[in-house]
Design a binder for this molecule. Sequence first.
Ligand code: XMP
Length: 326
Amino acid sequence: NWTTGNILEEQVERIRQQVGDARVICGLSGGVDSAVAAALVQRAVGDQLTCVFVDHGLLREGEAEQVERDFVAATGVKLYVANEQERFLSALAGVSDPETKRKIIGREFIRAFEEAELAIIAEAAAHGEKIKFLVQGTLYPDVVESGGGEGAANIKSHHNVGGLPEDLQFELVEPLRALFKDEVRAVGAQLGLPQEIVGRQPFPGPGLGIRIVGDVTKERLDLLRKADAIARAELTAAGLDNEVWQMPVVLLADVRSVGVMGDGRTYGHPIVLRPVSSEDAMTADWSRLPYDLLARISSRITNEVEGVNRVVLDVTSKPPGTIEWE
Ligand code: XMP
């Protein structure tokens, strides 16, 4: 029967024993798991750790800043940022098939991460040091799932950022291997990580790239980021973050419909709200959000986000729908 305090102390001690005085590298995705894993390693071995954040430009509003500014401020971690927005935009140009998007994002992510690693390896070599370990935020359910046969989980290829590059040989440090998600959040809070990171709802590795139905452009990403930020802010203001497992906000970039604004006709895109309740994302039900909350989100998005003239609510359970639209 573990308390958060002794989970933390025990993991810190284990990391110290495993790592000794060697150098360690860790990828940050913006999510809870990689943040808590990195913060634990930082607590254990301090400056021996270098974190890498590949900014692919597919995160939601404020999330890159949460990593680059707030996470660094909370932990004091050494962070290497790779600004790769252009790279992902050009690799994704003209691509609208969901699985192709996933493959491209996964491939570019690994390449960008490897390039960052090479830079850090070179920097360490200049000090006569080697990078020996790679941190991964693997949780207990991941360990179980990858051991057993899975069905529905394999319908979409789930790319998780921070995957192990094939040709670089590191030993793995996996400080969350024995933990469930709620324990990870509790440890993160105890390590002083910002609530926005610790309480973050599940968000797919390919990010907003798979929440634009159609091909991905800078303009569409910016538009979706604005709509998503409004929806999230209103959900939080209504105090319903804990009722909702996650709420994808989806841009139907290939659909346009007629609307009216002032005395003019508009021809804009719909935004889909996909709030779901779930235990484990394998099955889900659509969340019965209060009508006045939905009304606020709808009127704010159509007023504040240029190019959007309709907000629609997805009322499909999983199955038959999936949580994401792609
Ligand atoms: P679906 O859409 O399959 O999603 O019902 C189930 C859960 O998985 C997340 N998801 C992903 N996560 N890479 C990820 O890391 C992916 O490609 C991906 N696709 C879906 C989704 O957000 C939900 O939590």
